[in-house]
Design a protein around this ligand. Sequence first.
Ligand SMILES: CC(C)(COP(=O)(O)OP(=O)(O)OC[C@H]1O[C@@H](n2cnc3c(N)ncnc32)[C@H](O)[C@@H]1OP(=O)(O)O)[C@@H](O)C(=O)NCCC(=O)NCCS
Length: 228
Amino acid sequence: MISIRAAKIDDVSMISLIHAYCWRETYAFMPEAVLRSRSREFREQQWLNWFDSHEESDALFVIEADQKVVGFCFCCRNRDPEIDGRGELHAAYVLPDYRGRETGPVMMLTMVDFLAEQGLTPPVLWAFRDNPIRFWYAQMGWRSQIKRDRVIEGRRLPEVGYVCDDCDRLRQRLQRLVTRYSSEAALTQIPQHSQMLGRQKFPNQIAVSPGNNRKATEMNQQTPQGLL
Ligand SMILES: CC(C)(COP(=O)(O)OP(=O)(O)OC[C@H]1O[C@@H](n2cnc3c(N)ncnc32)[C@H](O)[C@@H]1OP(=O)(O)O)[C@@H](O)C(=O)NCCC(=O)NCCS
């Protein structure tokens, strides 16, 4: 089971570790100089600065699983005049072992709801062109509005800006995914419960651990030993 809550300053260390780790893992296509510049120390300073001073319309959330912080997401007012939107889903990073199922939909839903409560609709988001997660955004109904280069450490990195034109429809889609995954998870509890009662009705193999992500296994990308 995953849960989501507002981040506290004590979470900065873990958020920074996840942020730096996921950049290196997801953005392996970026030049080494860029990745080196986005180190854990760099992120720690960035998030400590944020806790020091930020707008009411910003929100930083952490995802917890197995009593640990395993991911985070951040949304804020859109400050970029090149894209038409009032709110921005600015970051979403989860350790590989905890991806899949309801994690992404829960994070997106939480940020879209938060921004809507602040009157910051429509929301926008940016994805690097070479990050395949952006195809999921398109599937969820985000419309690609602009392609441009982002310059980091003097290197040009192509990115795509997306706008959500229909938040209600997006919410419905995300909610459906969350409901589907939650009911599947509930079903997988049955064998465990039966075992406790000494009546094993189902083979052990069908019990799914929420942290056992199919894509992490497929891509052979396990959370590094000793990270947590
Ligand atoms: C973005 C993120 C938080 C989403 O969480 P999640 O939903 O648990 O992640 P998933 O890996 O299940 O991806 C969600 C969807 O994208 C699809 N997807 C993920 N990686 C993909 C890939 N390499 N190619 C094609 N589709 C991919 C998945 O199939 C899934 O769609 P489905 O539910 O229809 O199967 C998580 O994938 C992550 O931390 N990624 C690394 C960092 C990142 O890319 N952040 C976003 C920056 S814009």
